[in-house]
Ligand binder design. Structure first.
Ligand code: ADP
Ligand code: GLC
Length: 480
């Protein structure tokens, strides 16, 4: 099949979260299976500075109409390997910035123009390069216009560009909301502005358009597919999602076992597998030392790597601070995000430097060391469409402590509920239950035999992409 993907992040070129990993490994797995895959991503500064991309020789010039202006663009074409080509849609004015979505404090004011341009440019490249796809697959609000734009271009030109369009919601909390007047940038007819179209409480909602105007709507776990049809998790779009219930499915993301595999991980000071965990102890010592803590410490180490936001349950973590201060344990956090969370954690780390540490930066190598060197991995999210770190954790022999939401429900079995197959500790996203879960972790840690059994069960689980990629193939092939 000829498959086109478009997303605002793609590992290894640009990543702020799991979207990059998910799109990176899904597209690579599809290419490995013999499909012809083209992936489109904005040519952000960070992506263009990536060493592989800097070497890309082929460039395409393009022109895109937005409103009553013509915008030029510059596309780098990177033939990654057989069956996999990445197109970086460049335009300095829009993408030559330090960060993809905002300046660290606020979203960029021109995100409407930036991502309308991105979607239109994808269609334009497909037209120019004569890409006739079996499937055009967009991810999240930044690529939500693509399915509809493809159909409008087909109507205009009389040339078929895609047999089928698919749209995946990775996080329904991010919707791409803009003032009504931004719609003019799309050059789509005003009749699409109504309540059955992009209109959402007096604004336009790009995610809503993606949900309404794609042949199939996907999300990243079966549980999240159910949740987003409820007011509790639908973020106001539960009704819209409900109208597509028949075309909606949740397919669990996989993990890239070439990158996230403790037996082969070159970012670690030592490698290990389930039959011999010596390397894990070496990683643990390195992790503690790296954070100025006693490397011979014998109690439990709790690790956490995430965007420091409300979604990720930073409020719950901070509410449990007495636990970390009073109990014999260590807490090591890596992440950046909202200032209030960063400051509160920083203060805690300053007050208890031998017990608590925060590294507020993006650091791929450290994220691997925390996965490998911790005993428990904390994910007290209020909602979690899929979540990747709980799967990385199980692969790395680190027991995840998660909430009973979204992808966690599909990937972690609680040790008390499944004495034979439990791989983690599951709690409600509430202060008291989270603190109880932390105490359960300490208890488990004290029973070394049970702890090792839980670790081994986690390491034996298969979270690879093969299953999900096969399901996507099936979805692409099914007639609508
Ligand atoms: P989300 O996409 O909602 O942020 P996921 O669990 O799907 O959550 O994926 C987050 C990914 O981003 C993981 O691979 C995680 O390790 C990585 N990550 C988050 N923050 C950092 C950081 N500060 N440094 C390195 N990796 C990070
Ligand atoms: C989103 C979600 C996360 C998911 C990721 C990849 O960022 O917040 O739960 O794992 O997308 O699909």
């Amino acid at each position: 099949m000829k498959i086109v993907h478009a997303a605002s992040e793609l590992y290894p070129y640009v990543k702020t979260g799991g979207l990059a990993d998910a799109v990176g490994s899904l597209t690579a797995t599809l290419a490995d299976k013999g499909h012809d895959v083209s992936v489109f991503v904005p040519g952000y500064r960070a992506a263009l500075e990536h060493k592989e991309v800097a070497r890309a020789e082929q460039r395409l010039g393009l022109r895109v109409e937005m409103g009553d202006r013509i915008y030029s663009g510059d596309v780098r074409v990177l033939p990654v390997r057989k069956g996999l080509t990445v197109y970086f849609i460049g335009r300095e004015e829009f993408f030559d910035r330090r960060l993809p979505y905002g300046n660290g404090e606020r979203d960029y004011e021109d995100n409407d123009a930036r991502f309308v341009f991105f979607c239109k440019a994808v269609v334009e490249v497909m037209r120019m390069a004569e890409i006739r796809a079996d499937v055009v697959h967009g991810h999240d609000w930044q690529a939500a216009l693509l399915p509809l734009l493809v159909r409008y271009e087909e109507r205009r030109s009389g040339v078929a560009l895609a047999m089928k369009t698919v749209f995946t919601i990775h996080n329904i909390a991010f919707q791409g909301l803009f003032p009504m007047r931004s719609f003019a940038l799309t050059n789509l007819p005003d009749e699409l502005l109504g309540i059955d179209g992009f209109e959402y409480y007096g604004q336009i909602n790009l995610l809503k358009g993606g949900i309404l105007f794609s042949d199939r709507v996907m999300t990243v776990s079966p549980q999240y597919a159910r949740e987003i049809q409820t007011p509790e998790f639908g973020c106001g779009l539960e009704g819209v999602v409900g109208t597509r219930a028949e075309d909606l499915a949740g397919l669990l993301n996989g993990i890239d076992t070439k990158i996230w595999n403790p037996a082969r991980d070159r970012l670690l000071p030592a490698r290990y597998a389930a039959h011999d965990l010596t390397g894990k102890s070496i990683c643990r010592a390195a992790l503690l030392k790296n954070h100025g803590m006693d490397e011979g410490y014998r109690g439990p180490v709790f690790g956490m790597v995430c965007r420091l936001t409300q979604q990720k349950g930073l409020d719950l973590l901070l509410a449990a601070k007495d636990f970390f201060v009073q109990q014999d344990c260590r807490l090591i956090v890596l992440g950046t995000g909202e200032k209030k969370f960063e400051t509160a954690l920083q203060e805690l780390a300053r007050a208890y430097p031998k017990k608590i540490a925060l590294s507020s930066r993006y650091d791929e190598e450290m994220s691997h060391l925390i996965e490998a060197g911790s005993d428990f991995f904390l994910m007290p999210s209020h909602f979690e469409p899929c979540g990747l770190n709980q799967m990385y954790s199980q692969a790395y022999g680190t027991v995840p402590v998660v909430t009973r939401v979204g992808g966690f429900v599909d990937t972690v079995t609680d040790i008390d509920e499944g004495p034979e197959d439990g791989t983690g500790i599951v709690c409600q996203p509430q202060e008291a239950d989270f603190t109880r879960a932390l105490h359960r972790a300490i208890q488990l840690y004290r029973q070394q035999e049970s702890m090792v059994a839980v670790i081994k069960r986690g390491m034996a689980r298969d979270f690879g992409w093969q299953k999900a990629a096969a399901a996507y193939e099936q979805l692409y092939q099914d007639t609508i």
